[in-house]
Every structure is written in C-alpha cells, then in structure tokens.
Design a protein around this ligand. Structure first.
Ligand SMILES: O=C(O)CCC(=O)C(=O)O
Length: 249
C-alpha cells in the first residue's frame, strides 16, 4: 500500500491523515492479547520494563475503584522489549506510508501505548508533540496512532485542530501536578473528531494540535503509537546517554 496524491495533499493541508486497514485483524489481535497479559500482571517484571502506569485518578483514590488490570492507562518504549511490537514498528508496508509523508532515512524516536480503560479512561489534554520532542525541522517528525479497538467519540477517539501544524510551536504551559503541557489560551473548541477502526492508523504532523476526551463507555480504547523521526533531523531533547534509536528505513 502507498499513499495517493490526494492522501498526501490532505496531510499537507490538515496536518493529519486517517488510513483504515493498515494492519490485518490477526496482527491487531496479537497486540491486544499481549496488552491484556501485561495488564493482568501490571506489577510484574514484563509490565515494569514497559513502564505500565495506572489511571492517575484511580491511583489518587478519586475514581472509587481499586487499581486493577482494568485501569491500566499507558506503557512506553514497548518495541525494545516486546517482539510483536517491534514487528509492528518495523513493518515495511507501514514504514512505506511513513516514508511517503516524511521521507527517509527513518528511525523510531519513541513508542507508547495509550490504553483508555472503560469508564475510567482519562482525557488527553490538547498539545503538540514537538513541544515535547523539540525536533528540527518540525516536519521531520510524525506520530502514527495505531488503533487496536474501534475508536469512536464515545470511547475517546482522537480529535485534531486541522491546519494547526502551520501555527508554529504554540506556547505551552504545564498543568500543575501532572506531566502534561497544554497550549496557553486559544480557541480549543474547533477540534474535529477522527474515529477509526481497529487496524487503522492516524498519521499526524509533530505540530498538529490534538486531544482526546475521556472514555465513559464500557469498551476499551487502546492505541499503540509510534513516533518516527527522519534520522538526519536535529533531536534537541534527546539526552546524550540515550540508547541509539531503532533504524526502520
Ligand atoms: O491516545 C491518545 O488519546 C492521545 C495520543 C497522543 O497524544 C499522541 O499520539 O501524541
């Protein structure tokens, strides 16, 4: 599969592009099963290696439920430890689509899972990824948001601010007592919901503002997210002692 001229134009104009059916159902089922195993043993060694974190409100005792396998919120740097996720991040058909949008050579900058549990999945406040990554040029970084469940408005699908990748880096401020950065001021009501089925991927530019609402439904909304960078870019937030990035093309 390669992207059409229309798809590339849509990405250039809007700063995001949803592509259905990038990964087959068997691949998605394998990732979901492994996430379920990691969540079941969320305090175990394998889950610790991939930085399994619980929903903050549940941890703070504000949700009225205990921390369980049903309240795990996120994991990070999974491809380095888990073969199925490594296979996803390096899949050549998938990387072809990334190359269509940012060119090559390409490395995996970082990968993460955002697992919005039923009922307790929290909002992801609006932000630009490159406000964190500080990669130059800005268009050398792309986020590939892989849906592992059908993502809908009800279970907290991604929402984008079309064209915001042309606004430059918007000044962000920290939400007190959280790791989140959010834009200072601005009209944040203009976001467009982008539902997508399991197996689809949403590609977004490093400067596109995005957010996702809470999951109040009784279904999971799990995503495996790969952030790629063109290997010749300047990576200003990488620590000097960071391990070498995984080259994917
Ligand atoms: O999965 C979400 O709800 C947020 C994901 C996100 O912020 C990202 O992919 O950069």
């Amino acid at each position: 599969m390669r992207l059409s001229a229309d798809q590339k134009r849509f990405y250039a104009e809007n700063g995001y592009l949803a592509v259905e059916g990038v990964f087959p159902p068997g691949h998605v089922a394998g990732l979901v099963q492994r996430f379920e195993e990691l969540c079941q043993d969320w305090q175990g060694e394998a889950a610790r290696r991939v930085g399994a974190m619980q929903e903050p409100e549940v941890v703070r005792g504000q949700a009225g439920v205990a921390t369980t396998d049903q309240t795990v919120r996120s994991m990070s740097r999974i491809a380095a430890h888990e073969p199925l996720f490594h296979a996803h991040a390096t899949d050549s058909g998938f990387v072809d689509l990334v190359a269509d949008l940012i060119g090559a050579p390409i490395s995996l900058y970082v990968d993460q899972a955002m697992l919005k549990p039923p009922h307790y999945g929290s909002e992801k406040p609006p932000h630009q990824d490159n406000a964190y990554f500080k990669i130059q040029p800005d268009d050398a970084v792309i986020t590939c948001w892989g849906a592992l469940d059908d993502a809908t408005v009800e279970n907290g699908c991604m929402h984008y601010f079309p064209g915001s990748h042309r606004w430059g880096v918007v000044e962000h401020e920290k939400i007190p007592d959280t790791p989140h950065l959010v834009p200072k001021g601005g009209d944040l009501k203009a976001a467009v919901a982008v539902p997508i089925r399991a197996g689809g991927v949403i590609f977004h530019h490093g400067l596109t503002l995005h957010t996702s609402p809470p999951n109040r439904s009784d279904r999971w909304r799990r995503a495996y997210i790969c952030h790629y960078v063109r290997s010749d870019a300047e990576m200003n937030a990488l620590r000097p002692d960071s391990p070498p990035l995984l080259k994917v093309r």
